[in-house]
Design a protein around this ligand. Structure first.
Ligand SMILES: [Zn+2]
Length: 236
């Protein structure tokens, strides 16, 4: 990039920062990086319930929200303490559901090779997977405060490929964002449609946004407030 081009981009960035950018009502991003047209909503073979920390929800790349827009039968709840959260407790009380939480810990079941253990798959019930979307400190806080989650079975996995999140360095390259974690888990569900793979849309949408952010960072430097959203798994 020559100096004139750099100065032009710098000036443009100042204008962009000052101008109130119109945002998409659905994904809450500026229209220049709105990914809604790429979303092909599908029904997942499990009910994914994403518990998003308030701060995470405000970030430009909230992959929990992105996953929620892609998965028709997912739920997204915002908060910090879900102990008395009506939506969460309704799911926990429903006898048709078998809820587990993706959170590493003593006694958590490793689902890296597949979600097929009788402790997880009950043919008479719908599997529900709770995920906590936030930084590790947010996640620990949500976990500590949300006592209703403590009685659930815990699952964990070890990512088999590096994260596709290329803009910011993850604490370890194998730490997944929430949307990658959901994609990984669907791939391991016995009822997943592995022929047409509708859940691949999660990665398509995620890749689009990461590519946009990479290009922006190359032109202007790292975006303020843009950071990796980590999913939860052992070792991250
Ligand atoms: Zn949008």
């Amino acid at each position: 990039m020559n100096l004139n081009h750099y100065l032009h981009l710098k000036a443009q960035r100042k204008i962009d920062e000052k101008a109130p950018r119109e945002r998409c009502f659905t994904c809450k991003l500026p229209f220049t990086i709105c990914y809604c047209r790429l979303v092909k909503p599908f029904t997942a073979p499990a009910l994914f319930v994403i518990l998003i920390h308030r701060n995470e929800s405000r970030r430009s790349v909230a992959t929990g929200r992105m996953a929620h827009l892609c998965i028709k039968n997912s739920r997204l709840f915002e908060g910090t303490n879900f102990t008395h959260h009506e939506g969460v407790n309704e799911i926990l009380a429903n006898p048709k559901f078998h809820p587990v939480v993706l959170y590493p810990g003593q006694g958590s079941v490793d689902v890296t090779e597949g979600i097929n253990s009788p402790a997880l798959i009950d043919p008479t019930k719908q599997l529900v997977v709770f995920l906590i979307d936030g930084t590790w400190s947010h996640a620990r806080r949500i976990w500590r405060l949300s006592r209703n989650l403590h009685r659930l079975g815990q699952v964990r996995f070890t990512p088999t490929t590096p994260s596709r999140f290329k803009v910011r360095r993850q604490p370890r390259s194998y730490c997944y964002s929430t949307i990658e974690a959901i994609h990984f888990m669907i791939d391991r569900l016995p009822a997943a449609n592995l022929e047409s793979r509708p859940h691949q849309n999660l990665i398509e949408v995620f890749d689009f946004l990461v590519a946009r952010q990479v290009r922006y960072a190359q032109d202007f430097g790292p975006t303020r407030g843009f950071r990796a959203v980590r999913g939860l798994r052992s070792g991250c």
